[in-house]
Design a protein around this ligand. Structure first.
Ligand code: AMP
Ligand code: ZN
Length: 475
C-alpha cells in the first residue's frame, strides 16, 4: 500500500515517505480556547485524526508522534477575560476541557502531545533571540518583529505575493516596522494583560507576550524536532500563519525546512460562506451533540474529500445518521457471528488502498457499503441455510467492516446502544410541540404544558427552560 498525500507546497499528490519510519511526526494547529468549538473547527481535528489512525496502522502505534497544540494566550482570550471578569487561566482550562470532550465525542483520539503556548514561553524567547542573532528579527518600541527581507522564499506555500498581501490589508501597517509585511514575534503587554519579562539581550525592558505564529514554531521545535514530516491545518492558515511559521523556523534553523508535507483541509460552509465566529453563522459541536450522535457528525465531516468545501446542512447529518443506521442494522443482524479480522485481511488491504489515495473518505464509504450489501445477501442466505462456509464469509466481511471502522474512527458503539440512543421523534415535531407548550403556558394551561413535557420525556427528549425560550436535548 502506498500512501499518497496532497502536499500544498508541491501542489500535487506525493508518495508519503517519513524521514524516520520509527518516528513519524505530525503537527496540527489546534484551537484557541476561549469559546465553544464550532463544527468547522472539528473538521481539521477529525480529518487529521483519520490520518493519525492511518499512520499508526501503517507504522505502528508507538512510532507516530502527533502534536496538536492549545493556544492559551491570545488577544481574544484577553478580551473574553476583560468582558467577563473570569480569570484567564479559568477560561482557558474550561474551554480546553470542553474542546477535548467535544472532540472525544466525535471520535477524535487524544493526540500524542498537547503542548500549550504558556508552557513554552522560554522556548519562544530562545527562538526570538536566535532570530535576532541571525539578523532576521529586530526590536522596535517594545515589539520584536520578524524581518521579512531575511527570508527570500516567503510566500511559497500560499503563493501570495507581498503586493497582494498589502492590497488585501491582511497585514498591519505600523510606523515601527521596517517593511509593512514584517510580523510580530513579541509585543508589549499592558499592566492588566498577561506578560513575561523580555530577556536582557533583546535590549529593552518590560513585560510582553508572544505572537501567535511564533507559538507553533517553538512548540514544533521543542516537541517534535527541526523538520517534521507532516504539518496540517485549515485552508485559512496557509497565509499568514503557516508562511510565518515557515519563515521563522527556517531562519532560526539555517534554512532547514519546517515540514516535509503540508496539508490543508477545505472549509466547512453554511451555504456559500465559510462557517466562522466572525460571520456569526456557526453551529457548535456542543449544540449538535445534543441532537445527534457523535458518529453521525463524524460521518458527515468525512463525507466529502477533505480538501473540498463541505456544506453543512441538517439533511447532511440526517443522511449520515441513516447511513450509520444501515451499518449498525447489519451489525445487529449478524450479532451472533463474531468478526474475523484475519479472514478479512485481504479485502481490508484493498479498502486501505482506497483510503490511502489522499484520504479519499467518500470512496472509502462506498467500499464500506459494498461490504454491507454483500453482508446483507450473505445473511439472507445464512438465515435459510446455516452452513459453515456462509458463517465464515459473514465473519470475514464483518472483520473488514470493523477494521475499516478502526481506521476511520467509526462503528465504535454496540449496535443495540446505537439504536437506543437515537430519537424516534422528528426534530421538527419536537419544535412544534415546544411551541404548543409555550402557548399552553401563556394561557396558563399548565396541565397541557406538563403533559407535553412528560410525553417528550417518554420519547427521550428533555426540555430545558431558559429566559430566551425553551430548548431541548436528548435524555
Ligand atoms: P481557529 O480557532 O479559527 O484558529 O480555527 C481552528 C482550526 O479550525 C484551524 O485549523 C482552522 O483552519 C480551522 N477552521 C476554522 N473554521 C473552519 C471552517 N469553517 N472549515 C474548516 N476548518 C475551519
Ligand atoms: Zn500553527
Amino acid at each position: 500500500m502506498a500512501l499518497m498525500l496532497y502536499d500544498t507546497m508541491a501542489r500535487e499528490k506525493r508518495l508519503f515517505e517519513p524521514q524516520d519510519p520509527k518516528r513519524v511526526t505530525m503537527y496540527v494547529c489546534g484551537p484557541t480556547v476561549y469559546n465553544y468549538a464550532h463544527i468547522g473547527n472539528a473538521r481539521p481535528a477529525v480529518v487529521f485524526d483519520v490520518l493519525f489512525r492511518l499512520l499508526r496502522h501503517i507504522y505502528g502505534e508507538k512510532e507516530v508522534v502527533y502534536a496538536r497544540n492549545i493556544t492559551d494566550i491570545d488577544d481574544k482570550i484577553i478580551k473574553a477575560h476583560q468582558e467577563t471578569g473570569v480569570p484567564i487561566s479559568e477560561i482557558t482550562a474550561t474551554y480546553a476541557e470542553i474542546y477535548r470532550a467535544d472532540m472525544g465525542a466525535v471520535g477524535v483520539l487524544k493526540p500524542t502531545l498537547e503542548p500549550t503556548a504558556t508552557g513554552h514561553i522560554a522556548e519562544m524567547q530562545t527562538l526570538i533571540s536566535g532570530l535576532m542573532e541571525a539578523g532576521a528579527a529586530y526590536a522596535a518600541e517594545g515589539h520584536v518583529l520578524f524581518d521579512i527581507s531575511a527570508y527570500d522564499a516567503y510566500g511559497q506555500l500560499s503563493g501570495v505575493d507581498q503586493d497582494a498581501m498589502l492590497a488585501g490589508a491582511r497585514v498591519e501597517v505600523a510606523p515601527y516596522k521596517k517593511n509593512p509585511s514584517d510580523f510580530v514575534l513579541w509585543k508589549p503587554s499592558a499592566e492588566d494583560e498577561p506578560g513575561w519579562e523580555a530577556p536582557a539581550a533583546w535590549g529593552f525592558e518590560g513585560r510582553g507576550r508572544p505572537g501567535w505564529h511564533l507559538e507553533c514554531s517553538a512548540m514544533i521545535a521543542s516537541n517534535l524536532g527541526t523538520t517534521i514530516d507532516i504539518h496540517g491545518g485549515g485552508h485559512d492558515l496557509r497565509f499568514p500563519h503557516h508562511e510565518n511559521e515557515i519563515a521563522q523556523s527556517a531562519c532560526v534553523h539555517n534554512g532547514a525546512p519546517l515540514a516535509r508535507y503540508w496539508m490543508h483541509n477545505g472549509f466547512l460552509q453554511m451555504g456559500t460562506e465559510k462557517m466562522s465566529k466572525s460571520l456569526g453563522n456557526i453551529k457548535t459541536v456542543h449544540q449538535l451533540l445534543e441532537q445527534w450522535p457523535g458518529e453521525a457528525l463524524r460521518w458527515a465531516l468525512l463525507s466529502a474529500k477533505y480538501r473540498e468545501p463541505l456544506e453543512w446542512t441538517d439533511e447532511l447529518v440526517a443522511q449520515s445518521k441513516s447511513s450509520l443506521d444501515r451499518i449498525y442494522r447489519i451489525l445487529l443482524r449478524s450479532q451472533d457471528i463474531p468478526a474475523d479480522r484475519e479472514l478479512g485481511e485481504g479485502d481490508f488491504e484493498s479498502f486501505l488502498d482506497t483510503l490511502s489515495d489522499d484520504l479519499n473518505t467518500p470512496a472509502a464509504f462506498s467500499r464500506i457499503f459494498e461490504t454491507v450489501t454483500a453482508l446483507s445477501s450473505l445473511l439472507d442466505e445464512y438465515e435459510k441455510n446455516k452452513s459453515a462456509p456462509l458463517k465464515q464469509a459473514i465473519a470475514a466481511h464483518k472483520g473488514v467492516l470493523m477494521m475499516a471502522g478502526d481506521v476511520l474512527g467509526l462503528f465504535r458503539e454496540a449496535p443495540e446502544a446505537w439504536f437506543k440512543s437515537g430519537l424516534n421523534i422528528d426534530p421538527g415535531e419536537i419544535d412544534r410541540l415546544l411551541a404548543a407548550r409555550a402557548d399552553a403556558r401563556a394561557n396558563k394551561d399548565f396541565a397541557t404544558a406538563d403533559k407535553i413535557r412528560d410525553d417528550l420525556l417518554a420519547q427521550g427528549v428533555v426540555i430545558e427552560d431558559a429566559p430566551e425560550g425553551a430548548t431541548w436535548r436528548r435524555a
